[in-house]
Design a protein around this ligand. Sequence first.
Ligand code: COA
Length: 364
Amino acid sequence: MTMQSQAQPAPRVHEGLEGVLAAATRLSLVDGERGELIVAGKRLEELAGRPFEHTVALLWKAAGASGAAPVRAAALPDLTLALLRDAAAAGAGSMDALRMAIGTLTAAEDAEAAHLLVGSCPTIVATHARLAAGSEPLAPRPDLGFAANYLYMLSGAEPHPEQVRGLDTYLNTVADHGLNASTFTARTIVSTGADFVSAVTGAVGALKGPLHGGAPGPALDMVFEIGEASRADRYLRRKLERGERLMGFGHRIYKVRDPRADVLEAAAARMFARTGDARLYELARAVEAAALRLLEEHKPGRRLATNVEFYTALLLHGLGLDTALFTPTFAIGRMAGWTAHCFEQRASGRLIRPQSVYVGALPA
Ligand code: COA
């Protein structure tokens, strides 16, 4: 027998790699006890309302890839456009279309790939959304900034500056967040010596899951289903009694309120004040308060607080985005972090290769 004999204690497996330090990074600091997020040396609150291009540049610089020109929304190659037409005709979901379309991009070297990936992402998502809705896609306008271009390519209308600021705030808020599942995926792929496009294609797949980037749609559905603040308690109580999770609450790292939720709540409040749909905002606040009270009652001591997804849903809805666009829009922001981590991983050069414990049958 070559495996550990029965007399030896079983080695400890770090399920979910919880508590394992797998990389040193200059990109973001996530303090789950203090509820603080620092991105490339700046507090999230300081970055929040600035143009997303600025955050991308900061992250790339922190990753050692300085000297790059500011990122812009990019027109798509013919191959990508053709694939998106087919994907829309076949009824592909928005995250599947994004994953497939990213796979069509090619670049000769890393800096070019990073530009192409960040710049193409809003165009891919907006193009697929328009094609799926039966409209013709729109090319990005050179006179518009990154966030404004995404909103323009989705709706065909030039967005209000308050909407642009709301979207910039969102994109900055999700730009980078430590070694989350999708970022770890991207770093693992780059660590094999593979290209950035392959790494980011894998990251998009990891982001799709409801335990990572797929939560804001269900969080908003929950608020809509509740409909009135007076129904929140009964609805949420039933959900918890059935053993279901409340989307938009709980986090592996944050044990206090996710600082991103605060930033997004403030941005949502500004947006909803402008569009006059304050009722939904007030309802969401009432649902949040009831959820926190009931989570403490049903899961005492687990310290389940509001996470980024809850107010993401409200903000993106306020920007006029369908729920199907919530996760792809998260990808547009996180593309900044993924590409920066790819640069950082490339520089560190160590193959990521953990080990497993064999617990299966042994030959007789
Ligand atoms: N609603 C109800 N209960 C929850 C919960 C939620 N949103 N999140 C965690 N819990 C409970 C678990 O059921 C578990 O209870 P138990 O100890 O009785 O078994 C306990 O809290 C610990 O949960 P665990 O799954 O170990 O936490 P985790 O660190 O693996 O999970 C999340 C983190 C984010 C996956 C989890 O909180 C979750 O599923 N949240 C909802 C989805 C979501 O909002 N995702 C977006 C994240 S940004």
